[in-house]
Design a binder for this molecule. Structure first.
Ligand code: ADP
Ligand code: ZN
Ligand code: ZN
Length: 719
């Protein structure tokens, strides 16, 4: 009887593929990884089932080339989670399964399964290397906390020191990381605040079953501390915790915090800052770790003893993937928690309106931390500078500059927030009004003076700064508006005594965060200039002023989520000011000081503003009161993109609870030489919308557009 495998492959097709399993290739089970011929190439696929027959006819089937015995099979819970995503996001199962794997595992070339671990020996634990050998000492100290994989050792240029430790008998290379040597002991934790204790008393008894808890805690209220206590309880039951964090390079600090708190525990990280090898290694060893700390893709990591999922900063847009499988890691985390019957804790100072509405309706349990954990730490006073009356000079008003100078004179630190990187948002010709267009997008090229380039932040196009206007030849081109680089320059000229540092994607290598954090803590920085990157997670006691420039664009944006996002951002930035015993101040420059957003911001009233926004959304039939699916199409011409969507709309099944809106050009109509159009479908009922799309999507395959690329975005965040 022939053995036939049903295999999921990374293709855009919504189907599985049958292959014959020749004898002697090894054992297979659902989830096993195999190599198969596909067209004229070979692919890595995931076995979903084994059967004795095929609809295709057994003699027409091709043979499996190889069963990988160097890679673990995907576990049933991961297969189930991927199936959930395939159904909910209407995306091919095979593409999802392959996307969840770390890069090396989906590569058909042999994979080094013997990745050894460097572990400390008993002798290494007992000894102290000579004080001269500092690097060896540091490495040995690290090994006493946790074993290190070869990739990590190599990435940190520690191979030489590792060899020295092995030679001395203080460390050895082992096949698998051994279990932690000493009985894990918890590093001293501060006594819980009354609010933290109340939250723990509510949360802990309900653990061991599925529930979604939303922790709404003001910045500095000790949410992280609360997570640590919850995790501690879960680890005590020999279970694992998955902690999802936004896609930003704050992981090193958080990782360190976790390691200090849980010495002897195995803490794995997964994020884009890791080298490929380290990522593969941390994924492969995830089943044995105690805590997995990672960004959105970690939601698919193998965790057989999962006991708790935490989603920190749950409102953060980076939990939503913006290409391929456009999933929300937060929502998938909730689905996973439900499937695994474990609690999920969402935390934020400014929850997404989606989550908050669920909490108000009682479907999620809401826990409030209203006070800062350090009792003297007060919430900052928020003041507005009215740009209608006070003029700007290089993007700054006089009161703002005065406050910066005063803060500097007191020896305290300031933060200046401007959400635009680069030197200036565009280069401008005063004589003909040419404004540096991107040749490939409906966007402006951003001036980057340090690298002497004009860059498109949408498609990556770059060019030299022209010596004269390409349109009229005028040699006197001017920067238009302010970016963080220019602001840094302006501040340096106005405050010559200040030590200024800039944070944005141009200035920050992932590893530079820790160094910058130390510099700020050590008092080596007076003014931090930056984009929203600086709004996150840092705790600087001496930072007493936050200055916020030019946020007005978001107040009257056509994007209905713009005010929600701006409010969250401003709350986060404001939360950076005055965290310790010094009172903080926040100054916002705006031409619209009467906008309601500021009134609620000044009162630090998230709940109040959330209710205002929710009332607006309800009235306008917008999420979270409706569910949306966006069909995106891109093509060389707008006509082709629109024609595809018109055709799709015509094929839409009739459904009384679902509205299909007209096809329109996307707000950014052109990116990288492709015209983009979209079609919105919405319904008050999630299940109605899901049923509708399930019927509708297969029709798309009949349109067979040759030049159009299309995708479905379920619960779209950006339009
Ligand atoms: P959040 O994540 O809510 O912004 P953190 O957990 O970072 O807040 O806590 C803010 C500050 O308060 C940190 O310096 C933290 O060490 C401190 N903190 C948290 N909980 C306590 C507590 N129970 N007692 C004393 N300090 C605390
Ligand atoms: Zn010109
Ligand atoms: Zn471009």
């Amino acid at each position: 009887m022939p053995s036939i495998l049903q295999v999921a492959l990374d293709t855009p097709l919504h189907r599985l593929f049958d292959y014959r399993l020749p004898d002697g290739l090894g054992t297979v089970q659902p989830g096993s990884l195999v190599e198969v011929p596909f067209g004229r190439a070979r692919q890595v696929g995931v076995v979903l089932a084994r059967q004795t027959d095929s609809a295709i006819g057994t003699d027409k089937l091709r043979d499996v080339i190889r069963v990988f015995d160097d890679r673990p099979a995907l576990s049933p819970d991961i297969l189930r989670l991927a199936q959930f995503c395939a159904d909910y996001y209407h995306f091919p199962l095979g593409a999802i399964l392959l996307a969840t794997l770390p890069p090396r595992l989906k590569n058909a070339s042999p994979f080094a399964a013997d990745t050894p671990w460097l572990v400390v020996t008993a002798a290494g634990r007992a000894t102290e290397p000579p004080a001269r050998a500092r690097a060896q000492r540091t490495l040995l100290d690290a090994l006493r906390t946790a074993p290190l994989g070869r990739e990590t050792v190599r990435a940190h240029r520690q191979s030489r020191h590792a060899a020295a430790l092995v030679l001395a008998g203080w460390a050895q290379w082992a096949r698998l990381p051994p279990p932690p040597a000493e009985r894990p002991q918890t590093a001293s934790a501060p006594p819980a605040t009354a609010e933290q204790q109340a939250a723990l008393d509510t949360l802990l008894p309900s653990f061991g079953q599925f529930a979604v808890h939303l922790i709404h805690g003001v910045t500095g209220s000790g949410k992280t501390e609360l997570y640590l206590r919850l995790i501690d309880a879960v680890l005590g039951k020999q279970k694992q915790a998955l902690v999802l964090i936004p896609e930003i390079a704050l992981t090193p600090q958080l990782e360190q915090h976790f390691r200090n708190r849980f010495p002897g525990r195995r803490i794995n990280t997964l994020h884009s800052g890791l080298a490929e090898g380290a990522r593969t290694e941390n994924w492969l060893t995830a089943p044995d770790c105690d805590v997995l700390l990672g960004t959105r893709l970690s939601v698919f990591a193998p965790l057989p003893r999962l006991g708790l999922i935490v989603v920190d900063e749950e409102h953060d847009g980076s939990f939503k993937q913006q290409d391929g499988l456009r999933y929300s890691a937060r929502d998938v985390a909730i689905a996973r928690a439900k499937q695994s019957k474990v609690p999920v804790v969402l935390g934020s100072a400014t929850p997404s309106l989606e989550s908050y509405a669920q909490a108000l309706s009682g479907r999620y349990r809401l826990l409030e931390l209203a006070q800062r954990a350090v009792s003297q730490a007060q919430l900052p006073a928020i003041e507005l500078v009215d740009l209608k009356h006070i003029p700007l000079d290089n993007g700054l008003t006089r009161p703002a500059l005065q406050m910066l100078a005063d803060t500097l004179a007191r020896g305290e630190q300031s933060l200046v927030f401007l959400n635009r990187r680069g030197y200036a948002p565009a280069l401008y010709c005063p004589s003909c009004a040419w404004v540096s267009p991107c040749p490939r997008c409906s966007a402006r090229l951003v001036l980057h003076r340090t690298s002497h380039r004009l860059k498109c932040h949408h498609c990556g196009f770059e060019t030299r700064i022209p010596a004269e206007c390409p349109n009229c030849g005028n040699p006197d081109l001017k920067p238009l508006g302010q970016g963080t680089q220019r602001l840094e320059e302006t501040l340096a000229a106005l405050l010559p005594a200040a030590r200024i540092r800039r944070i944005d994607r141009d200035s920050m290598r992932p590893r530079a965060w820790a160094e910058l954090g130390e510099a700020v803590h050590g008092g080596e920085v007076d003014v931090l200039v930056g984009t929203q990157m600086l709004a996150k997670g840092h705790d600087f006691p001496n930072m007493t002023l936050a200055l916020i420039l030019d946020t007005d664009g978001a107040l009257y944006s056509p994007d209905f989520r713009a005010t929600e996002r701006l409010f969250a951002q401003l709350m986060q930035v404001a939360g950076r000011a005055g965290r310790a015993d010094k009172p903080g101040r926040v100054l916002i420059q705006t031409a619209f000081p009467d906008h309601p957003l500021f009134r609620y911001l000044q009162r630090h009233d998230y709940a109040g503003y959330a209710r205002v926004l929710l009332a607006e959304r309800e009235q306008l039939d917008l999420p979270p009161f409706t569910r949306q699916v966006l069909v995106r199409a891109e093509a060389p011409t707008m006509d082709a993109a629109l024609a595809f969507l018109h055709r799709a709309a015509m094929l839409a099944p009739d459904h009384p609870q679902v509205s299909v809106f007209g096809a329109t050009p996307a707000p950014m109509a052109r990116v990288a030489n492709l015209e983009r159009a979209q079609l919105l479908v919405q319904s008050a009922s999630r299940s109605a919308l899901q049923a509708f799309v399930r019927d509708w999507r297969p029709q798309f395959d009949n349109i067979r557009p040759r030049v159009v690329r299309w995708s479905l975005d379920v619960d779209p965040l950006v339009f």
